[in-house]
Design a binder for this molecule. Structure first.
Ligand code: ADP
Length: 393
C-alpha cells in the first residue's frame, strides 16, 4: 500500500499524519505532546473520530511506538501492519538541497545546521532518529522549509553587507514557509488548469508566522523572510524588518546583550509588541472591536505591510496574475483579507466581498472583471511532504 507517514517533530511534541497517496486522503493524524515531560498527551484522529490518551511519553521513539500501535490495532486501526507504510517524510528547517532521502551523510548535514536553528534542529534530528528505529528499513525523506526559495536570483538573496560574510558564513536571504508557498502554487495552477510556468503569483502565508513570496513561472524569485524567519512582515510575536541599528540602540538603552535583544525581536514584538494584548490575531481583532487603539494600530500596520509587499512583488515580477491567501489569518480572516485588497483596484485587484465571506475554503474571491485573481487556498504542508516523499521512494 502506498501510505506515507509524515512527521513534524518539536522538542517535546511530534505532529503526525498517515496519508494514503492513492487518493491523498488522511487515514490518521494527531499530535504527541509533553514528550519527556510528566503528563504526556497523545491525540489521535481517524475516520472522523478522535481519541485523547493521557499517557507518559518517555521519548520520541516511545511516542511513535504508541502511534504505530494505534494505527495497526484495536478500534483505531487504519492499516493492517507496518508493511502498509512505504516511507516516512520529515519537515526539516533548512538545507541547500531540495527534498532528499535521509542517508547518514544527509543527516550529518542536517545536524550541521544546528547553530542556525538551535531550537528546531535538535528536535527534528531526534524525530528522524526515532523514526529510523520505529520505522526501521523504510525510506526516510527530508523536506526542507527553505528549499523552494533556492531558485531566487542573487539580487534577491544577497544582503548589502561585506561580500566575504556571504562567502565565509553564508549570510544571505534564505526564506522559509517554502513547502506552503510551493503547495499553494501547484494547487492554484491545478485549479486554473494552467502550468505553474505560465503564472505570476504573490503567495501570502499569513499565520502566526507570516511570509509573502513572489512566484514567477512556478519558481520563488523573492520572499520576505531572510537569513532567519525573523525578517519581513511583522508577525504574531516577531518584529519583521526593523532598522538594524535598533538592535544596538535597544541593547544600550535597556542594558541587554545581543541574545536578549534577539529574544525581544522574536518573542515580544509584532502584533503582541504593538498591541500589548496578544500575539493571536483573533484576540487583537477582538480588542480593536472593543476600542483598543493600539490593537487597531497593530492590525493597521500588519495590513499596510502586506499591501506594500504585494505591490513590491508585482513590480519585481513585472505583473501579477493571482494573489493567494493561506495559513491561519489568510484562510480565516475575511476582514483582514478585505482590508489588504482594498484600494488595490489601480493594479487590477478587485475582491468580491460576498465571495470573501468564507473561512478555510478553497475559493476564488475575485470580483468579475478583476484582472488579478484572488484566491484562498488552505495550505497543506503535510501533503506536499508526503508527495515529495512518495516521489523519492
Ligand atoms: P502557525 O504559523 O503557528 O502555523 P497558523 O497558520 O495556524 O499559525 O495561524 C495562526 C493565526 O491565525 C493566529 O494569529 C490566529 O489568530 C489566526 N486566525 C485564525 N483564525 C482567525 C480568524 N477567524 N480571524 C483572524 N485571525 C485568525
Amino acid at each position: 500500500m502506498n501510505n506515507v507517514f509524515v512527521v513534524n517533530a518539536g522538542s517535546s511534541s511530534l505532529k503526525y499524519q498517515l496519508i494514503n497517496m492513492a487518493d491523498e486522503s488522511v487515514l490518521a493524524s494527531g499530535n504527541c505532546e509533553r514528550i519527556g515531560i510528566e503528563g504526556g498527551i497523545l491525540t489521535y484522529k481517524w475516520n472522523g473520530e478522535k481519541k485523547v490518551l493521557n499517557e507518559e511519553l518517555a521519548n520520541h521513539k516511545a511516542a511513535l511506538d504508541k502511534v504505530v500501535a494505534l494505527l495497526t490495532s484495536g478500534e483505531t486501526k487504519v492499516i493492517d501492519s507496518m508493511d502498509d507504510i512505504v516511507a516516512v517524510g520529515h519537515r526539516v528547517a533548512f538545507s541547500m538541497s531540495q527534498s532528499n532521502e535521509i542517508t547518514d551523510e544527509v543527516l550529518a548535514g542536517i545536524e550541521g545546521t544546528v547553530s542556525m536553528f538551535p531550537l528546531h534542529i535538535p528536535a527534528m534530528v531526534t524525530g528522524i532518529k526515532a523514526c529510523r528505529e520505529t520505522f526501521a528499513g523504510k525510506v526516510q525523506v527530508a523536506v526542507y522549509d527553505n528549499s523552494f526559495h533556492l531558485s531566487m536570483p542573487d539580487k534577491a538573496y544577497m544582503y548589502a553587507i561585506p561580500y566575504e560574510y556571504y562567502e565565509k558564513y553564508g549570510m544571505r536571504r534564505y526564506g522559509y514557509h517554502g513547502t506552503s508557498h510551493r503547495y499553494v502554487t501547484l494547487r492554484l495552477a491545478e485549479i486554473l488548469g494552467k502550468k505553474p510556468e505560465e503564472l505570476k503569483i504573490v503567495s501570502c502565508h499569513l499565520g502566526n508566522g507570516s511570509s509573502i513570496t513572489a512566484v514567477d513561472g512556478g519558481k520563488s524569485v523573492d520572499t520576505t523572510m531572510g537569513y532567519t524567519p525573523l525578517a519581513g512582515l511583522m508577525m504574531g510575536t516577531r518584529s519583521g524588518d526593523v532598522d538594524p541599528a535598533l538592535i544596538n540602540a535597544i541593547a544600550q538603552k535597556e542594558n541587554l546583550n545581543n541574545e536578549e535583544v534577539n529574544a525581544i525581536l522574536n518573542k515580544k514584538s509584532g502584533l503582541l509588541g504593538i498591541s500589548g494584548v496578544s500575539s493571536d490575531a483573533r484576540d487583537v481583532v477582538g480588542a480593536m472591536n472593543e476600542g483598543n487603539e493600539r490593537a487597531a494600530l497593530a492590525l493597521e500596520k500588519f495590513i499596510y505591510e502586506v499591501k506594500k509587499f504585494i505591490g513590491a512583488y508585482a513590480t519585481a515580477m513585472g505583473g501579477v496574475d493571482a494573489i493567494v491567501f493561506t495559513a491561519g489569518i489568510g484562510e480565516n480572516s475575511k476582514e483582514l483579507r478585505a482590508e489588504i485588497c482594498q484600494g488595490m483596484e489601480y493594479m487590477g485587484v478587485k475582491m468580491d466581498m460576498e465571495k470573501n465571506n468564507v473561512r478555510g475554503q478553497e475559493v476564488d474571491v475575485s470580483a468579475a472583471g478583476s484582472k488579478v485573481k484572488i484566491f484562498i487556498i488552505p495550505t497543506n504542508e503535510e501533503l506536499m511532504i508526503a508527495m515529495d516523499t512518495a516521489a523519492l521512494c
